[in-house]
Design a protein around this ligand. Structure first.
Ligand SMILES: C[S@@+](CC[C@H](N)C(=O)[O-])C[C@H]1O[C@@H](n2cnc3c(N)ncnc32)[C@H](O)[C@@H]1O
Length: 501
């Protein structure tokens, strides 16, 4: 579909959801992109932190990976007792209320019952994975049209949900329904976003199709960040100032991954070979996220790829000039990744021991695996079982603060601006600083130290404000963040009310 027609379709979608007034100007337009196909282009200068667009999902539901399942098909609760829906649709629910929820009864439940699931009195994980394309069948015509305006991966694996559906029911599927469901699967694999809902204080990962989001192309240093709010809307903000005519981009991969990791992921999941400025730069914008330690004794240099876009190129040390073949680099990388996998999901203290005793001997501190481990320690110190705030030693608290600063420095070197990851790390830094101030206040009686502590405490409030400016009402932020955010929001509203009175 031509950019102008897609632009009009998207505007109708946003107006239908009350996210745009008819004829209201926007700071974006859909045009042909220099990156690929069509893209979202800035129609005027956009300031940092300005809302670029808010988008509503056309369809939302369980992800198609058993890792994120099972869950209740109605409320999406996980980690609870699930039982098969009494109506015999073959899907799991967690309560009578969920079983009788009209959204479930009138949609996937009615459709599946008609097809006679083969799981008998049980429920099927495979049918649960097919819920999103089934839900798309119930959408009004103007919404199914959206799926035909989007780019779609054509490979055979995109549509396995429909294959799973067919092998789990006795009845025949209407040919038109199958065609639409396969289109939906392909469109979801190309364009869907990971979203989440909070149930029982825990977040469940879901997938959703946001049409304007689906037109937003990728860059490894994107100029936006995005959050999903409690209403399930996608909110896209400028992470850096964006000039009129520039393409609005987001990252489909983790910004802290190195070039090989990101390019491999993008090729495998989104079927394109990224050639953005970061991917072509040997140092990855100076971050050295891909660098490996030189193999020569006492050499402090870094091994860097000669031509980063080619997977098997030789790597050269930037100090001593040592050249290592691409094949050897691949096996070194594979060894590091395998060693890391073992510790990745361990208790954070074990991760820290691994970082200090093993990883630091294998890779320089700038390497992305190191960053990944630091991020894990930062996210879990203060929260994980056995490592709650009162259980952390002073030394561990200082390590958390140090890692927060290193991670922020890396994001700033990449020029990621006010990206979501920075917001999350700033919040962790705020929490760790606050704990440190609390500890000093309870131990000290020296007036000068207490005064300095008070100054540190008020400076720390600015760190919290910075984090809040970025994360806003993001539902995947830690639950204690969301509590603080809501409290501050309430306070601001009260002050506004007083001003009006
Ligand atoms: C969500 S769509 C983006 C919109 C798409 N350009 C269109 O015209 O509908 C994702 C697909 O766009 C393409 N794409 C996005 N960013 C790209 C980039 N930086 N370089 C090359 N292709 C890209 C890839 O084919 C990817 O699978």
């Amino acid at each position: 579909m031509e950019p102008e027609a897609v632009d009009a379709e998207l505007r109708r979608h946003l107006v239908r959801h009350g996210l745009l007034e008819a004829a209201q100007p926007t700071c974006w337009k859909i045009e042909n992109s220099k990156l690929s196909g069509r893209g979202v282009i800035a129609s005027r200068d956009i300031a940092v932190d300005e809302l670029v667009y808010a988008d509503a999902a056309v369809v939302q539901g369980p992800r198609c990976y058993s890792k994120y399942l099972p869950l209740c098909v109605s409320c999406y609760k996980t980690g609870c007792v699930l039982f098969p829906c009494d109506r015999g649709c073959g899907l799991p629910v967690c309560s009578e209320v969920c079983q009788n929820d009209p959204h479930h009864v009138e949609a996937e439940c009615a459709y599946l019952k008609g097809l006679e699931p083969t799981c008998g009195s049980g429920w099927s994980l495979e049918l649960l994975q097919a819920v999103v394309p089934i839900r798309a069948l119930m959408l009004p015509k103007e919404l199914t049209r959206v799926f035909y305006s989007l780019q779609c991966h054509e490979a055979a694996q995109h549509g396995r949900e429909v294959d799973m559906l067919k092998s789990n029911v006795k009845g025949d599927i209407d040919a038109d329904d199958e065609e639409l469901m396969r289109r939906v699967c392909r469109a979801m694999d190309t364009n869907s976003f990971e979203t989440a809902v909070i149930r029982g204080g825990k977040s469940t990962s879901l997938r959703a199709l946001f049409p304007v989001g689906a037109l937003t192309n990728h860059q490894c240093v994107p100029n936006t960040r995005h959050i999903v709010n409690a209403e399930g809307e996608l909110l896209v903000y400028a992470a850096v100032p964006i000039a009129e005519g520039q393409e609005i981009t987001m990252s489909y991969a983790d910004v802290l991954w190195d070039t090989q990791m990101r390019r491999h992921f993008l090729l495998a999941t989104k079927h394109f070979a990224c050639q953005c400025p970061r991917c072509t730069d040997v140092t990855e914008c100076g971050s050295l996220l891909g660098a490996l330690s030189c193999a020569i004794d006492n050499c402090q240099g870094n091994l860097l790829p000669n031509t980063p876009l080619s997977l098997n190129c030789p790597w050269t040390c930037n100090e001593c000039g040592l050249i290592i073949k691409g094949r050897q680099i691949s096996s070194i990388r594979a060894g590091i990744i395998a060693a890391t996998e073992e510790f990745k999901y361990e208790n954070p203290r074990k991760v820290l021991r691994f970082v200090n005793k093993e990883l630091s001997l294998l890779v320089p501190e700038t390497n992305y695996v190191m960053m990944e481990m630091m991020f894990r320690i930062v996210s879990l110190f203060g929260r994980a079982e056995g490592c709650t705030w009162s259980e952390l030693t002073d030394e561990e608290l200082n390590i958390k603060i140090l890692y927060c600063k290193k991670l922020i420095q890396c994001l700033d070197t990449l020029n990621c601006g006010n990206c979501t990851k920075k917001g999350l790390i700033l919040y962790e830094l705020y929490c760790a600083n606050a704990e440190k101030v609390k500890r000093i206040s309870s131990k000290e009686s020296n007036v000068c130290t207490l005064l300095k502590n008070q100054i540190d405490s008020s400076a720390n409030e600015n760190v919290l404000l910075e984090a809040m400016k970025i994360l806003k009402s993001d539902i995947v932020a830690p639950h204690d963040y969301r509590e603080i955010y809501n409290e501050k929001l309430l306070l601001t509203q009260k002050i506004e009310d007083i001003k009006i009175i």
